[in-house]
Design a protein around this ligand. Structure first.
Ligand SMILES: [Zn+2]
Length: 253
C-alpha cells in the first residue's frame, strides 16, 4: 500500500502510534490494496499500522485492565480532592486556633521564643498580643492560597473536559463549603467567638477563591510547562489533551 488511494475515514479518537507513541488522531485511514485491512500511516515515524483498535489478542485484556485502572483513577482523584478540601478547612481552623488562647494561660518569652508557660483552663479568648501576628497571617494565607491553587490546577488538568463555567463554579463553591465547615467546627469549639471568627473565615474564603481562580486561569499553562520540562517528547502525545483542551496543538519537538 502506498499513499495513492483515497482515505476512507480518519482516526477520530486519541490513538497512539505503536512504534513512536505519536497521537494518530485526525490522520487519514486507507484500505490496504491487497488485504482490504484499514491502515493508518504515522506522520511522525512514517510506519504503517492497523487502524483497527481490536487487532491483537491482547485487546480484551487491555480493556479489562483499562476499566480497572479507570475505576482506581476515579477513586484516587476523588480522594485527592477530598483531602485538599480537608486541608483548606484545617488551615482555616488552625488560624482560629492559633489566634486564641485559654484564659489563665501564662505567657513567657525566653530568648525571643514565646512559651505558654501554664496552660489556662478558662474559656478561649482572642490572643490580642500574639507575637509575630503579621508573619503568621502571611504564612497561613499563602498556604491557603497555595492549596486552593493546587486544587484548581488539578481540576483543570484532570477534568480537562469540563466547561469554564464549571471550573469557576467549583473554584467558588469549594471555599464556601470550606468556610461553612470551618464555622461549624469552630462553633462547637468556641461558640462565644463565632462572630469574631467570621472575619478570618471570610478572609480565608476570599484567599481560597483568589487562589482557585488563579489555578483555573494558569493551571493548564503551568501543567503544559511542566510537561515540556519533565516529560520526554515521545511520551508527550499522550498528554496532548492539555493543548487540545485550550484549542492548541501539541508543539513539535
Ligand atoms: Zn509513529
Amino acid at each position: 500500500m502506498r499513499d495513492g488511494g483515497q482515505p476512507v475515514a480518519c482516526i477520530e479518537l486519541d490513538r497512539f502510534c505503536e512504534h513512536c507513541a505519536y497521537n494518530l488522531r485526525t490522520l487519514p485511514i486507507y484500505l490496504d490494496e491487497r488485504t482490504g485491512i484499514p491502515i493508518v500511516r504515522c506522520t511522525e515515524c512514517g510506519k504503517f499500522q492497523s487502524a483497527n483498535d481490536t487487532a491483537t489478542v491482547f485487546r480484551p485484556w487491555l480493556h479489562r485492565v483499562t476499566s480497572l485502572a479507570l475505576g482506581a483513577w476515579v477513586i484516587i482523584i476523588i480522594a485527592i480532592f477530598f483531602w485538599l478540601g480537608v486541608a483548606e478547612t484545617a488551615i482555616t481552623f488552625a488560624t482560629l486556633d492559633v489566634l486564641t488562647i485559654r484564659s489563665g494561660t501564662q505567657i513567657q518569652r525566653v530568648g525571643g521564643v514565646t512559651i505558654r508557660n501554664v496552660r489556662g483552663s478558662g474559656p478561649l479568648e482572642v490572643w490580642n498580643e500574639m507575637p509575630g501576628y503579621g508573619r503568621f497571617m502571611a504564612a497561613i494565607l499563602s498556604a491557603s492560597a497555595g492549596v486552593a491553587f493546587l486544587n484548581a490546577l488539578l481540576m483543570v488538568v484532570v477534568m480537562a473536559h469540563w466547561r469554564k463555567v464549571a471550573y469557576f463554579a467549583t473554584a467558588l463553591g469549594i471555599p464556601l463549603a470550606v468556610a461553612f465547615a470551618a464555622a461549624m467546627i469552630w462553633r462547637s469549639e468556641a461558640p462565644h467567638l463565632l462572630g469574631w471568627s467570621f472575619t478570618y473565615i471570610l478572609i480565608h474564603a476570599g484567599v481560597n477563591i483568589l487562589g482557585g481562580i488563579m489555578g483555573v486561569m494558569f493551571g493548564r499553562p503551568t501543567a503544559r510547562l511542566a510537561v515540556r520540562i519533565f516529560i520526554p517528547p515521545t511520551l508527550r502525545p499522550r498528554l496532548a489533551y492539555l493543548w487540545i483542551a485550550d484549542g492548541m496543538t501539541l508543539p513539535r519537538h
